[in-house]
Design a protein around this ligand. Structure first.
Ligand code: GRF
Length: 204
């Protein structure tokens, strides 16, 4: 399965996905494109270093015309022959039309235990809510933001002195475990949900 990965920034999840595909000759998927809405995204450099074709479509010239921006993005995606899209730190909201055209063929990773904390600032909101656990979710993308069918989740403890930054920092490596494992199952047609319970209880 030919996979296009959409990013907006550092692309650490993209790197994890790409390494998992390139690192295993028997992997059923291959990365054919890394596309960013920000031409300056550091993830584009990481993708190039890994030998994956890259493209950038700056969303700013399109201002509020999402459909026009997506029509521009569709060109490199089509040219790459991608059959599946993985959103990985992609920070633009996609229109229903674009999502419907990729229904069942577009995944996303969200840094919360969905359906809790859809949207932004999930780590701070988990701390504000006094959660004992936090985590991330890989789901199929549907028009409703952060609400599609859940394919896998990973859970970590919240530590007493956690800040949004320390919590995010502990979650990111776990995201890098979850997303590649879910992608592998998804392209293999295995629809069993994946649950990763990260070891280590919070002290006290
Ligand atoms: C991560 O928290 C991820 O869950 C969210 O964007 C953040 C940065 O991801 N989608 P990445 O390092 O750009 O992959």
């Amino acid at each position: 399965t030919r996979v296009a990965i959409l990013i907006s920034g550092g692309g650490s999840n993209m790197v994890a996905l790409t390494r998992s595909m390139l690192g295993d000759p028997g992997h059923p998927a291959e990365p054919v494109l890394v596309l960013s809405n920000d031409p300056a995204a550091k993830g584009l450099e990481h993708a190039a270093a890994l030998g994956v074709p890259t493209a950038a479509v700056d969303h700013r010239p399109f201002r509020g015309d999402r459909a026009a921006f997506e029509a521009e993005m569709a060109k490199p995606i089509r040219e790459s022959g991608a059959e599946l899209i993985c959103l990985a730190g992609f920070m633009r909201v996609l229109t229903t039309g674009f999502i419907e055209s990729w229904r069942g063929r577009m995944l996303n990773i969200h840094p919360s235990i969905l359906p809790l904390f859809t949207g932004l600032h999930t780590h701070a909101r988990a701390l504000e809510a006094g959660m004992a656990v936090h985590g991330c979710t890989v789901h199929e993308v549907t028009p409703e933001l952060d609400a599609g069918p859940i394919l896998g989740q990973a859970v970590i403890p919240v530590l007493p002195d956690d800040t949004p930054e320390t919590l995010a920092g502990r979650l990111l490596p776990v995201e890098h475990q979850l997303y590649p494992a879910v992608l592998r199952r998804f392209v293999a047609g295995d629809r069993r949900k994946l649950a990763i319970l990260a070891a280590g209880d919070a002290p006290g």
